[in-house]
Ligand binder design. Structure first.
Ligand code: UD2
Ligand code: MN
Length: 578
């Protein structure tokens, strides 16, 4: 290059000109570098200054690409996460006992951590509609005695993953935490410091999750309300699919897929089962997951399509604000926790709406070890039963008898006045539970529909009945027959299973005569769980072994060579619908 320059600048005048041009160039370069350098310094100092003194929310001060990398100074920077010293072990144990998860570790994890993206790759190539078409959301989070670090992580994750033009506000409702650890004492000042746009409302006494959500909802002003539990982490892109679906189908409740954060490790460990699950319920009114029915499967052509769901888990969902109130909000006669999710599911479907899970929207939730971090002032089973009784008496018509078959001792317990809820049902011109079972929850086991015979199942030889003894595993025993005994209420299904309490099946895994029949989780795969009842001979044949149900002298249920002349192999159902 120099040789070339030398050649070009052979004249004296030319040389002087060239020198001038070079100096100019060097000067310009220096100017450029110094401009870049000062702007970097300026940006950095702006962040530092603003985050605390000007009380801007994290969300407002951080340009999107920088979001994951800047944390408030109060957020821990994990170093020592395993409890080692005795003192640390005590702290670990107290946290677990009180909260039902590894609070020790949570307290040491940063408030923000990027989560691995569990979405199907097709979710990422979905067209993103202009935000102006989606409406804005109010997020309502209720809590009582939540661990401070978990609550901060929930808020941080929301602010980091939610586009600000889709978020009207975050409303926190403290359902009268008594906060034995004193951690929440600084909540107001922490919110002011890092999340000044979060509204905090406080109940002066415990009102339960249903009324706490109503308190939050009545303060909301967005088009859509999104309810979240207080121990969640949202994944990138979680809100947009919810808002889009509601914009397209306004009378819909949409739920994200709920990924599991382990109570033990506080790590994200995935979804319950595969993605091909819908929410459902058992006749004893517990929420459960269930595979999709044939029709539900047929409604979907892509892994990004909405999943129709019979019921919802209850904690995480979005609904148009106006629709939430039109459809009856929550039943204010319900207390503390439980059954409100099933009540809302019945109501939505029966009163003209629909309920869906959107696989492209994902929020992780801490599933506790076993217990909650709050008390049930009236007792937990009393409270939950009351909520269940309100639900079944408003919505289930004669089908509530299926609940009482399993919980006969709850039949006469008080559940308060439900007249307002019955009036709501009337006003909304809701369809019957029969309609719901025939059109939505099509695979619930219904005697006379997909259950041709029901127990007690009586042995003609001994007059004893098959009895689960309330267990879900182990050998099956025979007991005196009792009409209202839930442990003898077996269903013989049109798929040839013998089912007790929705999920437990009679099962024989060794095919030799004399083998004990056991209780085993129903797997729906046939095999060892298939039996054939012959109404004429009274034999119940275990299909795969070719042997028949019988009872031995120890009052245990066994299989034997089939012999239609032996009274011990002849059985009678309480009722048949053949
Ligand atoms: C599930 C739901 C939960 C609720 C419940 C049925 C998910 C992930 N969670 O149980 O939202 O529908 O089923 O009732 O689907 N809380 C109060 N006041 C109370 C009791 C609870 O504010 O008196 C709060 C609590 O702090 C939490 C939320 O309500 O933020 C839900 O309670 P949970 O986390 O104990 O319920 P969970 O997830 O076991
Ligand atoms: Mn929860």
């Amino acid at each position: 290059v120099l040789g070339g320059l030398h050649y070009l600048c052979r004249g004296r005048k030319k040389r002087i000109w060239m020198l001038l041009v070079l100096t100019m160039l060097i000067f310009l370069c220096a100017l450029l570098i110094s401009i870049i350098y000062t702007s970097i310094l300026l940006i950095r100092s702006t962040f530092k200054g603003m985050s605390l003194s000007e009380k801007e929310s994290l969300r407002d001060i951080l340009p999107d690409p920088l979001r994951p990398f800047i944390l408030p100074p109060d957020s821990p920077h994990s170093s020592n996460i395993e409890p080692i010293t005795d003192e640390e072990k005590t702290e670990y144990k107290t946290g677990l006992d009180r909260y039902g998860f590894n609070k020790y570790k949570s307290d040491r994890l940063p408030w923000y951590r990027p989560l691995s993206d569990f979405r199907d790759s097709q979710c990422l190539s979905q067209p993103i509609p202009p935000h102006s078409e989606l409406g804005v959301a109010s997020i309502v989070i209720i809590f009582v005695n939540e661990a401070f670090s978990v609550l901060m992580r929930s808020l941080t994750s929301i602010t980091r993953t939610t586009p600000s033009d889709l978020l009207r506000e975050i409303i926190l409702v403290d359902d009268a935490s008594d906060d034995p650890t004193g951690e929440l004492a600084n909540l107001t000042s922490t919110l002011n410091k890092y999340f000044p746009s979060v509204k905090l409302l406080r109940h002066s006494s415990r009102r339960g999750l249903m009324r706490a959500r109503l308190t939050g909802a009545s303060e909301a002003t967005g088009d859509v309300i999104v309810f979240l539990d207080s121990h969640i982490e949202c994944m990138e892109g979680w809100l947009e699919p919810l808002l889009k679906r509601i914009a397209d189908y306004p009378s819909t409740i949409v739920c994200p897929v709920i990924d599991i954060i382990s109570w033990e490790t506080m790590e994200l460990v995935g979804t319950p089962g595969t993605l091909e699950l819908q929410g459902s319920f058992s006749w004893s009114m517990d929420f459960r997951w269930r595979g999709l029915s044939q029709e539900s499967k047929a409604l979907r052509t892509s892994p990004t399509d909405a999943i129709r769901s019979e019921a919802m888990a209850g904690g995480l969902f979005a609904i148009r604000r106006k629709y939430f109130f039109d459809i009856g909000g929550y039943d204010e006669g319900m207390e503390i926790w439980g059954a409100e999710n099933i009540e809302m599911s019945f109501r939505i479907w029966m009163c003209g709406g629909k309920l869906e899970i959107l696989p492209c929207s994902r929020v992780a939730h801490i599933f506790r070890e076993r217990h909650s971090s709050y008390s049930f002032p009236q007792g937990s089973s009393e409270t939950i039963t009351k909520n269940v009784l309100r639900t079944i008496n408003v919505w289930m018509g004669e089908y509530k008898e299926e609940y009482f078959k399993r919980r006969p001792y709850n039949r006469n317990l008080p559940y308060g006045d439900i007249s307002e809820r019955l009036a709501l049902k009337e006003r909304l011109e809701c369809k019957s539970f029969d309609w719901y079972l025939n059109n939505i929850a099509t695979e619930m086991l219904v005697p006379g529909k997909n259950v041709p015979a029901i127990g007690p199942i009586k042995n003609r030889g001994t007059s004893l009945c098959i009895d689960s003894e309330g267990r879900t595993s182990g050998d099956v025993k025979m007991h005196n027959c009792k009409l209202d005994a839930p442990n003898q209420y077996f269903l013989y299904t049109d798929k040839n299973e013998l089912i007790w309490d929705d999920d437990t099946c009679l099962d024989v895994s060794d095919y030799k005569p004399g083998t004990h029949v056991t209780l085993y989780n129903c797997h729906g795969q046939g095999g060892n769980q298939l039996f054939e009842f012959n109404q004429i001979s009274g034999l119940i044949k275990h299909q795969i072994s070719g042997n028949c149900l019988s009872q031995n002298s120890d009052q245990a249920l066994i299989i034997e060579y089939c012999d239609s002349l032996s009274p011990n192999e002849q059985w009678e159902f309480e009722k048949t619908y053949f």
